[in-house]
Design a binder for this molecule. Structure first.
Ligand code: SAM
Length: 341
């Protein structure tokens, strides 16, 4: 049996833990840092099989995981901490020679861990180099994960594909690109990666709940034609683009000829069941097989139940490809669907 350290968005670890409890027979699950980080065991499942299954069918709320291979008490003492970091790193002597190794350090606010992430990373990376590994930030063969909580320093080393995300704790960071009109744009950029769905493969997007225009601007940047629907004002810079048009209307009042769009995106701040009815009513305006990227607001107290209901409702018109709480999602998750033929 193997123990893993899992991470979810702040406040969502109870749901991530519940999802895993339902999926892994015999697992034991316990909190590590309130609301965000927790332990779970592989229970009756063979660890490698479990990892394969989690990759193939990703849980919605589990953002990141790593195998727990060593645990030391955390202290504020720099010398003891250097000892713990180097002791774990040295134990990797058979796993790092000739490999590209990234070291990812995270610590909770309440942890007495005495180093910054960069300082701790340098300590571990030096040992990796001494052992004949190459210390890298991206495109690693192995990721050494170090997580300092209030009680312990937790260590593990894994193939990045077994972490669900190669970002520390699954916290995907984008450079503040020129021309991004809202923070919401990061959600669409992250969805593009998480769903492995290059946006430039589409031609004409319908953007529901589009203001102020972060998603529209990303789609225009990718070369798409964009029809934005929102009763609110859009950023004036968008109107300069001849591929952009704005219908200043409620999304329930618009209609389009059949098969107009090969992509529908929807980030409306609205009741998710009503959003589903509205998106379904507009589905004939999508080509058969067109994709939809839709934010589902989790405004009720039982997110897992809400999601189950929504999946059933969307399944009438769409094949559900993936549902994921992205790092940039707050009280919501993002779904990728394809219109049924
Ligand atoms: C979170 S914002 C969207 C942000 C946008 N994706 C961006 O990147 O800038 C939600 C928007 O949904 C719009 N909205 C809410 N209900 C709507 C409806 N029934 N029809 C159209 N837009 C709606 C709001 O006016 C608001 O501008």
């Amino acid at each position: 049996m193997m123990t893993f350290i899992g991470t979810a968005n702040p406040g969502f670890s109870p749901y991530a833990m519940e999802e895993l409890r339902r999926r892994i027979p015999g697992t034991s699950v316990s909190g590590e840092a309130a609301g965000e980080t927790f332990r779970f065991t592989s229970g009756e499942r063979e660890p490698a099989e479990l990892l394969k299954e989690l990759r193939r069918d990703e849980p919605v709320f589990l953002r990141h995981l790593f195998p727990l291979e060593a645990e030391y008490p955390v202290t504020a003492d720099p010398a003891a901490t250097v000892e713990a970091l180097t002791a774990y790193a040295r134990a990797l002597e058979e796993r790092v020679p000739g490999r590209k190794v990234a070291v990812q350090i995270r610590k909770t606010q309440e942890s007495p861990f005495p180093f910054s992430s960069a300082e701790a990373r340098d300590i571990v990376a030096e040992v990796v180099r001494e052992l004949g590994g190459e210390s890298v930030v991206q495109d690693a063969d192995q990721i050494v994960s170090v997580y300092a909580s209030g009680k312990s320093i937790l260590f593990g080393c894994s193939d990045p594909k077994d972490n669900l995300s190669d970002w520390p704790g699954g916290a995907v960071r984008f450079r503040r690109e020129e021309g991004l009109l809202s923070r919401a744009a990061f959600k669409l950029l992250e969805a593009e990666r998480a769903f492995k769905l290059p946006l430039d493969r589409f031609n004409h997007a319908l953007d529901l709940g589009a203001a102020p225009g972060g998603w529209s601007s990303v789609l225009l940047d990718r070369g798409l034609k964009v029809t934005a629907v929102d009763p609110a004002e859009m950023d004036p810079s968008l109107y300069k683009n001849p591929r952009f048009r704005h219908l200043k209307q409620n999304a329930s009042d618009v209609s389009f000829p059949p098969g107009t769009f090969d992509l529908l995106v929807c980030d409306m701040s609205w009741d998710p069941h009503r959003t589903c009815r509205l998106v379904s009513a507009l589905s004939p305006a999508m080509t058969a097989g067109a994709s939809g990227i839709i934010t589902l607001k989790l405004m009720y107290r039982k997110p897992l139940q809400t999601l189950r209901e929504l999946m059933e409702e969307y399944a009438d018109h769409f094949d559900i490809r993936k549902v994921k709480q992205l790092f940039h999602n707050r009280e919501e998750v993002t779904m990728w669907v394809r219109r049924k033929p």
